[in-house]
Design a protein around this ligand. Structure first.
Ligand code: ATP
Length: 264
């Protein structure tokens, strides 16, 4: 489904600030893979997602989604393949617009221009069904401005917007990290529910090792711009956080030194 072959990305090449963020990284995902992505600060996790989403072009290597080589395709054209949710709940939605307006825009993403959203009353029933599944009481608030919602409610709406057209690939970039623990858990459980329902191929960055182990069928760990751990299926489900730390130390030759992950 997703084939990433030997991609490299260096920021500020040739300057004193040169940083090799991705170094010949390879990753192949099968359709329906739900992969959690962990790694210390600066390991290259967000750069990997930005490379896939097309925020910038990689220096070398190839990115293929469902047989289409998207390595040089601009970001806005990759949107038809990719749904993305960022850490900041303010980023994925338009605060000044109503819930239904936000959903209507997402519904038309990547499609040819058609009728104005206001004339598509039939979509409203679909939106109500989608909102009901969130179980946050938002199905009766279609005309509420998104800016009035809590961070968790907003992130849940962003998740709906990113998944309602069932993208070929869902990218979640620490999408619950800015929420309080209880809300984060709720949004994470919703994520699992939506991903499983639609069998979405998903990459989810998290700093929480427990979540990385309990969600998804596969886990990768990045270090210095490369994947150093890649476990799936039974091997993944039988791992503990201590096992993961030991694997990291063996694979990298380093002690694990990332307070944020260890505390999670
Ligand atoms: N736009 C950029 N310009 C310059 N350097 C960058 C840029 N984006 C990332 N980097 C550098 O590339 C390296 C990898 O960064 P990246 O954000 O991918 O790490 P990460 O694994 O997501 O880390 P974190 O968990 O801290 O978010 C870091 O050293 C970072 O400073």
């Amino acid at each position: 489904m997703l084939r990433i072959e030997n991609i490299s990305k260096t920021f500020n090449a040739g300057t004193i600030n040169e940083k090799k963020a991705l170094c010949g990284l390879n990753l192949h995902l099968n359709t329906g893979d739900f992969v959690t992505v962990i790694g210390g600060n600066g390991a290259g996790k967000s750069t990997l997602m930005n490379s896939i989403a097309g925020a910038f072009l990689v220096d070398s290597g190839k990115i293929v989604i469902d047989g289409d080589d998207i390595t040089k395709v601009p970001e806005h054209k990759r949107a038809k393949y990719i749904g993305r949710v960022f850490q900041d709940p303010m980023m994925g939605t338009a605060a000044g617009m109503m819930i239904e307006e936000n959903l209507a825009i997402a519904a038309r993403r990547g499609k040819a221009p058609g009728l104005a959203w206001s004339s598509r009353k039939s979509d409203q029933a679909w939106f109500v069904d989608l909102l009901k599944e969130l179980d946050l009481g938002l199905e009766n608030r279609l005309t509420t401005k998104v800016g009035l919602l809590s961070g968790g409610q907003r992130q849940a709406i962003t998740l709906l917007m990113a998944t309602m057209n069932q993208p070929k690939l869902l990218l979640l970039d620490e999408h619950t990290a800015a929420l309080d623990p209880k809300t984060a858990e709720k949004v994470l459980n919703l994520t699992g529910k939506i991903v499983n329902k639609h069998h979405l191929t998903t990459l989810m960055i998290t700093h929480n090792m427990k979540d990385a182990l309990s969600f998804g069928n596969r886990l990768i760990m990045l270090h210095n711009g490369q994947i150093i751990i890649d476990v799936s299926g039974k091997e993944k489900s039988s791992l503990s956080i201590a096992d993961l730390l030991k694997m990291f130390e063996q694979a990298s030759g380093n002690e694990f030194a990332n307070d944020r992950m260890l505390l999670s």
